[in-house]
Every structure is written in C-alpha cells, then in structure tokens.
Design a protein around this ligand. Structure first.
Ligand SMILES: Nc1ncnc2c1ncn2[C@@H]1O[C@H](COP(=O)(O)OP(=O)(O)OP(=O)(O)O)[C@@H](O)[C@H]1O
Length: 638
C-alpha cells in the first residue's frame, strides 16, 4: 500500500487530465395553472426561506448579493400559501369518490365526466375519457422547444443497438412501435402529446410482458425510459380493464384509499417526479394519481387522497404510516412497482418493504403483478427479490449495471487537498449547462456549496439534513437554471431526470460502484450526450476495479494511474454493494452456472444466512450521503 501511495503521490491532475410547517407547500400541490414567476421576476426572496442555519446554500449567495438574509424570505415562499389545497388540477373533476363514498365507487354515473372536466371515469364497465383541456395539456406536456421538458437527443436511435436479453418462461415478443392495440387508445394519445415517437428498448419488452400479466425484473441503463417502461403497460391495462371491485371495510368517519397500482421509490424527489410523469399519462383517464412522502404534512396528503387515489406513488415510510392510520388499504393492488428496486431492497429499506408487501392486506404473489426496475441489480438483491416475485421474466438491456455510452467519462487523479482548485478549473472550462457535483457527506455538501458561493458561483445544495422545502427549492432553482451548480449527496443519485444536466462531477467517489453508475446517469439521458468527471485518489481504491470494468465496457479511456492502482490494490474489488463481483451480477442469476440459489455461498456476506432479517448492515457503513439514513430502519430519512 505504501508503494501505491508513493506512486499516486507522483500523479497530478495535470498529468492525468490528458487522457412540517404550515408554510410548506409540497410541489405537487402547487398551482401549476397559476402564472409561474419567471426568473427575472423573482426577487431575492425566491431563493430565501432558509429557516435553519444552513450556511451552505444558494441562499447564502443571496445573502451576499442582497444585503443578507431576512425574514422576508418567508414571504417569498409563503406567498404560495394561498394556492394550497386549491391547486390540484384534478380537483375540478370533483371525483367519483367524494360522491360515492360508501357505495360502489365506480358505477355511479351522476358524477361522470362533465364538459369542463378533464378527468375520465369508469362507468358501467366502460372507460369514458374526460374532455380535452388545452391549458392543462400545455402545462403537462409543454411544447417541443420548452427547455423544462427533456427532449430526446441525437443518440436516441442508438438505444436500438443495445443487446437485450429476456429470460424466463414464455417471454412475449417485444413490440416495435407504439400502437393501439396493444396499447390503449387514450394512452396512445397521451404518448403522442408527450412527443414520444417510438418506444425505448426497455419499453418495447416491458409493455407486452406486463400486459400479459407477468412479473418482471427489468434492468436498463440510466435515462433509457424505465419510468415509461412500467407506467405505459400498467396504465394501458388499467384504462382497458378498469378498477378492481372495492371491498369496503372502512368506518363511516374515515375514507380509505384503495389504489390499483402502488409505485414505491426511495426518495421524495423521485416519488414526485414519477407522480408528475403519471399525471401526464393519466390525463383524461379514470386513473387518479397521488403521491405521498415524508417531510411534508401528512394531513394534506390524506385530504388529497380523499379526492381519489387509484395510482399511488410513495416513499415506504410515509406509506407505512398511512397504512397504520387506516388511510390506505392495499387489498385492491393489481400492480406493485419497485422503482430503483435494488435500492428498495437494500439495507435501510428492506424491512419496510417487507412490512408493506408482506405485512399489509396487499394480495400475495400470484394475485398481483410485481414489477422491479433499476439500472443496477446486484446478485444478492436478485436473490432477495425472489420473495416478492412469481414466475418472473428477467430483462436486461445491455449489461446489467453498465453505463451509457452517451456519457463521456473522465477520471482525474486529484489529492483531497487539491480537489477544490481542480473543481474550479473544471468549472472554468464548463459549458452553459447544469453541473451536478456529488460529495459523500452532508457536511461536505454544505462546505463545498459555501466555497462555491464565495467564488461567485450560483450553487445550491441538496442533502438529507435540509428540510423538505429547502430540498425542493434547491432542486427547483437548479432545474430552472437560477442555480447552475447543485452539490448533492447520494439523495440525488437515483432516478432524477433533469433536462440540461451536461456535467456530473464526482468530487468524492462513492464507496460502491453501482452508486457511481446511478450518479453519472443524471446526464446523458434520453439519447442526449453528457460528461462525467470523477476525482480519484488513494482513498478510492475500493472501487478501482469496478471503475476500470465500467470504463472498458462503455468504450471509455482508462487512465494509467487506475491500472496502476488496480495492480497494487488488494482490496480494490470490482464488487458492488452486495459484495459480489460485477461479473457475477451481469445477468439473470437463475441462468448462472454457479447458481446462488443452490449453493447459497455465504462467504462474502460474513457468514450471514440469506434470511433477510439477519443481513449484515456493513454494506452501508461509513459516511453515506443518504440523508438521515442509519442501519436502524425505523429511522425514516426520506
Ligand atoms: N419512448 C420515449 N421517447 C422519447 N423520450 C422518452 C421515451 N421514454 C422516456 N423518455 C424520456 O427519457 C428520459 C429518461 O427517462 P426515465 O427517467 O424513465 O429514465 P430511467 O431509465 O428511469 O432512468 P434512471 O435509471 O436514471 O431512473 C425522460 O425525460 C423521459 O421523458
């Protein structure tokens, strides 16, 4: 190791560079119909509202420029209050639930679609779509040149060249284009409104697989359309078949939601994003989407659910809470989706997922469809996932856990003490796009944001110690470009789809190579190109082999110092969080000659049995950036 240290000390960046407060308004309840304030119109208060002592924020930048933070900031944020509770664009459908509570929810036509209503209804066994609402259409789908909406990039067609492997019994033929049939006509209309002209590979396969009633574990690269991969078939089938008959067991005083589809996601921001996508594709249909997550007032979410909740997007902690309060029954669930499934079954979540799936009234395997999606699927998680799946199909688009070739990856050798100046150099040469900077700790996120603000950069931060409103405002500032730098912990690593993120910088590399895959996947999405730069030094030898493998797979340059580090590093495994070699995790484990299912070799798990309850928590040890996560799973961090 000393030798390695010495070798690394001789390397430099230059050499390597060759190569719950009443003021809080959750985003989904804000009035999109109202005129949004343009960046030019926004006063300093729009960046304000930093009620805590987070100095590391874009709000600090404001302080400098605008004479310091003052209480007025609250006015800027609190100004949204009047929208609260009135702004759900579905509420004009004054839906079937309100009227039919205690009766059959679905057969009473008194409250069916009315001329001004954009919501559809399921009436007498038929789907009656709601009327078009041009204003709402514009809000949901935007226009082709609206930078707020991700448009597919020049390399979109290249997705078709990625090899696809689907294993399991009787795999249905993939579709080649969006057509009706097999897709429902209303869904087709919404897909057109979204300007999606052809399905991505994961969608081509997942649509027929899910439509045929099969369970699915799907692995496809970041940014390749997995959200549509589950939303399209679930909604298409729901539009065609209507809701399940509801069996009431609620008391008179409390309404209960009986969603047909439940989508679980690991972070609040991702849940909100999936909900936003669901709103698009549910447009004019009987399916009313809802979102619930921690950090936001539960009362408001419960009231929103009272207006109808057919497709529920949730973070696990908040969903458990609502189940405990008798507010949600999962007895009607036909579709259970785990987005970022490997994360959802990882430490910190697994017990909660088991509680929801196995400990509630959710129909068991065989009576529901379980759909898992991620860009990474370590072998041990695949094993664990079997508990929730029936006779499933395993789908991999490209190699499991691989990175997109749309992302140009550069690894620079940078000592810790040189990172700040290396970052400034990088930023000085950056283009106009948005840059996402990942660090390992919340503290570092604050420190680095402060530093960047001091250097007159428009930076903000997102991490688990910030309040939900702070997190949302940071993300909104970043998305709008008001802050073009977002310093983030792993809380922003997965799933977030932010148009115009052109550069991801791993200021600190993660300890798990799969996390690297997700982080850099915030750029180079939907066929667009992007840059990913990582600072590597002797602290990162644990990911060196995985890194080399990823770079090689994606036809990227592998710098010499990485090979040197790999040669000298004994511990430098190419293992993902699961502790397994990436080589072992690149396919359906059922096809592996050394089937874990039979041998159950526990050696790399410290002798633990596969029994989930005894899983070691060591894999998430150290300074993980996941908000308030701890190995104590009752400690909700989302
Ligand atoms: N068929 C399609 N045509 C054009 N664009 C699409 C299509 N399907 C999805 N997209 C767009 O591609 C982008 C990435 O999709 P999505 O967020 O579903 O990726 P993902 O595979 O879930 O990524 P991640 O692994 O990061 O969660 C989104 O902006 C989405 O609107």
């Amino acid at each position: 190791m000393t030798e390695l240290n010495e070798k690394m000390q001789n390397l430099s960046i230059q050499e390597s560079s060759n190569g719950g407060n009443s003021g809080y308004v959750p985003p989904h309840l804000r009035n999109g119909n109202r005129k949004s304030r343009s960046p030019e119109n926004q006063g300093p208060n729009d960046f304000g509202g930093n009620r805590g002592n987070h100095s590391g924020s874009f709000f600090g930048f404001n302080n400098q420029r605008n004479g310091g933070y003052n209480g007025n900031n609250r006015g800027g944020f609190g100004g949204n209050r009047d929208n609260y509770g009135r702004n759900n664009f579905f509420n004009n459908g004054y839906n079937k639930y309100n009227n039919n509570y205690g009766n059959n929810h679905y057969n009473n036509s008194n409250w069916g679609p009315k001329p001004a209503f954009n919501r559809g209804a399921w009436i007498d066994g038929k789907h009656v779509p709601g009327k078009h609402n041009p204003k709402l259409e514009l809000e949901l789908f935007g226009t082709a040149d609206d930078p707020k909406f991700q448009s597919s990039g020049i390399n979109f067609d290249n997705y078709d060249e990625i090899p696809v492997e689907a294993s399991g019994k009787d795999v249905p033929e993939p579709i080649t284009e969006f057509t009706s049939p097999p897709l429902d006509e209303l869904l087709m209309e919404n897909i057109k409104l979204a300007r999606f002209t052809k399905p991505t590979p994961v969608q081509k396969y997942s649509i027929p697989i899910i439509s045929k009633g099969r369970d699915l574990m799907a692995c496809a690269q970041t940014g390749s359309g997995k959200t549509g991969g589950f939303l399209f078939p679930v909604l298409s089938e729901s539009f065609k078949n209507g809701p399940n008959e509801i069996h009431h067991n609620e008391n008179y005083y409390q309404k209960k939601a009986y969603p047909t589809a439940v989508i679980l996601a690991p972070t609040r921001e991702l849940a909100t994003q999936i909900f936003d996508e669901a709103k698009k594709f549910c447009y004019r249909s009987w399916v009313k989407p809802c979102v619930v997550y921690g950090g936001a007032p539960i009362g408001n979410q419960m009231r929103e659910m009272d207006r109808g909740c057919d497709l529920l997007v949730a973070t696990p902690g908040r969903l458990s809470d609502l189940i405990d309060r008798g507010k949600v029954s999962l007895s009607n669930v036909k579709y259970l989706v785990l987005d970022e499934a490997d994360r959802m079954l990882d430490m910190g979540f697994e017990i909660q997922i088991r509680r929801i799936v196995e400990g509630s009234d959710m129909p068991p395997v065989g009576q529901r469809q379980t759909l898992m999606f991620s860009a990474t699927f370590p072998t041990d998680i695949q094993h664990l996932a079997r508990d929730f799946l029936g006779d499933y199909i395993f789908l991999s688009v490209g190699k499991v856990g691989s990175t997109s070739e749309n992302i140009t990856q550069t690894i620079l050798y940078v000592e810790n003490e040189d990172k700040k100046s290396a970052l400034l150099d990088l930023l000085a040469s950056s283009d106009e796009g948005l840059t996402l900077i990942f660090v390992e700790t919340k503290r570092m996120a604050d420190q680095l944001t402060d530093f960047l603000i001091m250097q007159n950069f428009r930076a903000t931060a997102i991490h688990g110690d910030r309040t939900q409103s702070e997190r949302e405002r940071a993300l909104a500032a970043f998305k709008s470009g008001r802050a073009n730098l977002l310093v983030a912990t792993a809380v922003a690593a997965r799933g977030l789809d932010i148009p115009n993120v052109t550069h991801v910088i791993n200021y600190d590399l993660p300890t798990d190579i799969d996390d690297y895959v997700h982080r850099i996947g915030r750029t180079g999405r939907a066929g667009n190109t992007g840059l990913a730069t990582a600072f590597f030094n002797k602290d990162n030898t644990n990911v060196v082999k995985g890194l080399i493998e990823l770079l090689t797979e994606a036809n990227q340059e592998v710098p010499d110092f990485l090979r040197t580090a790999a040669a000298f590093s004994r511990s430098g495994s190419n293992r993902s969080k699961s502790g397994f070699s990436r080589n072992n995790s690149n396919r359906d484990f059922r096809n592996s000659s050394n089937s874990w299912g039979n041998s159950r070799n526990n050696s790399s798990r410290g002798g633990n049995s596969w029994n989930s309850s005894s899983r070691s928590s060591s894999f998430r040890g150290g300074n993980d950036g996941w908000g308030n996560v701890s190995s104590n799973t009752s400690n909700s961090w989302w």
